[in-house]
Ligand binder design. Sequence first.
Ligand code: FAD
Length: 318
Amino acid sequence: MAEILVLVDHAEGAVRKPALELLTLARRIGEPSAVVLGAGAAAADIAAKAAEFGAAKVYVADGAEFADQLVVPKVDALTQIAKANDVAGVLVTSSGEGKEVAARVALRLGSGIITDAVDVRAGDQGPVATQSVFAASYTVESRVSNGVPVITVKPNAVAPEAAPAAGAVENVSVEFTGNAARVTSRTPRVSTGRPELTEAAIVVSGGRGVGAAEGFGVVEELADALEAAVGASRAAVDAGWYPHSSQVGQTGKQVSPQLYVANGISGAIQHRAGMQTSKTIVAVNKDPEAPIFELADYGVVGDLFEVLPQLTAEVKAR
Ligand code: FAD
């Protein structure tokens, strides 16, 4: 069966959920092989988790380079493993780093790349990826026609499904090309206790309609009731009401959760660009003509300060 490489994202010794989603998708187009890079002592646990989700093989490579440098060591490893094993595809998470790694790997392999896929299926001539474009106005299916297809997939494209496989570990020694940008310091993100915005299954966002930084209180209460991440429009971020790291949109983060709740957000094209591929969109806005309602699956016309506390109470009651 065609071997599909999956770059496994991990943090603090644990596999991140998008990697399990990639392994689930990879099983549709071939036999997944996980690639675990720079995991140190956690590599065995990560390999075992990958096997639980269908990795027949797990390539493990380690070295200080993975921690000390930015993307290049990962590119070196993934390219060398792809070349040595005659693989039929490479799947990477559509994060900022993932897309940079994938693009460089595709370049080195002399193949094509598809980014921000929301689905992947097997086709007669190789994997077919689905993208959602122009504010979700069009769904595009495409395939790479040259070389090993490299595809980046947005988090939450699929629910991870366990399917135990052999997970035979193969230690790989990588020839590092060097010349990479070096990490000079790392500052851990101050944890809010909420899920990471780009990986969250549910995102609750606030816009200019919340009126002030304190207005985000009702947004956060709903988010916590739903165990969701909190997002913000650029208007809210520019006003200093919420951190830029929470901005959703063209110049912020791209999210693709199962559920996106937009509160007091008009639905400008630049905001849509960051959330249009959400599976279900709910909008709360006091203006019935707000463009967000064109995109929303469910809309509530009303004042968010009246609607959200009721919604939160209802969720908590269940
Ligand atoms: P508004 O457009 O002002 O909408 C506020 C909404 O709240 C209105 O629809 C109003 O009816 C509603 N409202 C008000 N009070 C209440 C209430 N009490 N209850 C319920 N509803 C209420 N924007 C982004 O979000 N992300 C980006 O990444 C981004 N990048 C950009 C990049 C460029 C190059 C440019 C030019 C713009 C970008 N923008 C981005 C800005 C974008 O064009 C919009 O200005 C912005 O999204 C508007 O934010 P908003 O919807 O919160 O505010």
